[in-house]
Design a protein around this ligand. Structure first.
Ligand code: AMP
Ligand code: GLY
Length: 421
């Protein structure tokens, strides 16, 4: 079987790594991929641009399955186009991808189906939004560009001035382009964040192990937002009681809503949650795997990933029992110095190309390329060190030990992924 994976980061490396464990898989193409193809047997990086190019490539190379890592092409309708061409692709069609592509749509969906979420209003006019803010009493307040903004479109405003500026940045100066044609203004929720990825065949939703992302560049969640600096799984804040609340207040009404709206696909739903004193709230849906959540969660998954995907296509996910290693996972992101602002590329990375993975230790590549046999940094987030342990502390310790064997100039990572120890 030949598989095409769409995306470029550590998430796509982890998906390819997990899929390659099924012996039916003879070849994995990753578009565009990264230097991870050097670490995977039978993997090849390919450069494709438009959706038409993806379709031609899949046809010409007898690709039997395409798995989409990142959101942009899903929202553009890559799944619909593949289906028109009789090609198998794992991910939501346009009709379902809008749950991630439009925060305005997804908030209205949550309200319509009684899914617990922050109180909000939607605006498509900056003057009306500012007028509304002038009467808002409770700061901080959260201002969100409705469309896709590469994870940067959410501003937590501490006071009225910051809130007004956020609306102007998003709606008047169009800092996020069309994504800011609408804004969502919502209540700030104070609590602990949780990521729960899940698979769906649109008949059932099967949640994966919970995870905890660490979004800020600085230790103790300080400084600028990033794409994610590390993840632990399972998330220690997700007790059985919290999980039941998630299922009852969020997951089950989501499935009902999807079915009522006629959403029908095989793919992923990623629930971004906040545990607060008032219960578990849904912040957002992502309609694809998380990065770096995937890199921490997949190494704990006992099941074959290809089988899970195939069962989703067959609408037989309910038949599968998902099994997890009774371990903890810690994924630490090593970034180039300066990230998430400007950073250098092209520094040599040592300790990765000759790295031998074990059951407990993996390295996934996010932003690196090979030139003249050398591995060079080629992105802000460069690589993930992932370790498994019997306890969270053991997993953390091993992940940081693993990082000691890897080096590049300016290498930066947070030393508190999963908490200080
Ligand atoms: P979103 O894209 O909606 O998940 O927002 C990105 C990030 O902004 C989340 O992961 C949270 O850290 C933060 N955030 C979003 N909405 C809220 C909210 N209502 N209260 C507090 N933080 C929020
Ligand atoms: N880690 C958050 C995301 O993938 O959007």
């Amino acid at each position: 079987m030949k598989i095409l994976i769409v995306g470029a980061g550590g998430r796509e490396h982890a998906i390819a790594w997990k899929l390659s464990q099924n012996e039916k898989v003879e070849k994995i193409f990753i578009a565009p991929g990264n230097a991870c193809v050097e670490m995977l047997p039978n993997a090849e990086s390919v450069n494709l641009g438009s959706i038409d190019e993806y379709i031609s490539f899949a046809k010409d190379n007898n690709v039997e399955l395409t798995v989409v890592g990142s959101e942009e092409l899903l929202v553009q309708g890559i799944v619909d186009e593949f289906h028109k061409n009789g090609l198998k692709i794992f991910g939501p069609d346009k009709k379902a991808a809008i749950l991630e592509g439009s925060k305005a749509y997804s908030k209205d969906f949550m309200k319509k189906y009684g899914i617990k979420t922050a109180v909000y209003e939607i605006f498509d006019n900056s003057e009306k939004a500012k007028e509304f803010l002038n009467n808002w009493k409770d700061f901080p307040v959260v201002i969100k560009a409705s469309g896709l903004a590469a994870g940067k479109g959410v501003i937590i405003a501490q006071n009225l001035d910051e809130a007004i500026k956020a609306v102007e940045d998003i709606m008047v100066d169009e800092k996020f382009g069309n994504a800011g044609n609408q804004v969502v203004i919502e209540e700030f929720l104070d609590g602990v964040e949780v990521s729960i990825l899940s698979f769906t065949d649109s008949k059932v939703i099967v949640p994966l192990l919970s995870a905890k992302d660490h979004k800020k560049i600085g230790e103790d969640e300080t400084g600028l937002n990033t794409g994610g600096m590390g993840v632990i799984s399972p998330n220690p804040f997700v007790t059985d009681e919290i999980f039941e609340k998630f299922k009852l207040d969020i997951m089950e009404p989501t499935l009902k809503g999807m079915q009522a709206e006629g959403m029908d696909f095989a793919g992923v739903i990623f629930f971004g949650l906040m545990i607060t004193k008032k219960g578990v709230y849904l912040l957002e849906y992502n309609m694809r795997m998380g990065d770096p959540e995937t890199q921490a969660v997949l190494p704990l998954l006992e099941n074959d990933l290809l089988e899970l995907i195939e069962k989703s296509f067959d609408k037989k996910l309910s038949e599968i029992k998902v099994n997890w290693k009774p371990l903890h996972s810690c994924c630490v992101v090593a970034a180039a110095g300066g990230y998430p602002e400007s950073y250098k590329k092209g520094d040599e990375i040592t300790g990765v190309l000759d790295f031998k993975e074990t059951e407990d230790n993996k390295v996934f590549i996010c932003g690196a390329k090979v030139e003249n046999g050398k591995l060079l940094t080629n992105g802000g987030r460069v690589l993930n060190a992932v370790a498994l342990g019997n306890t969270l502390e053991e997993a953390q310790k091993k992940a940081y030990e693993l990082l000691k064997t890897i080096n590049f100039e300016g290498m930066y990572f947070r030393k508190d992924i999963g908490g200080r120890f």
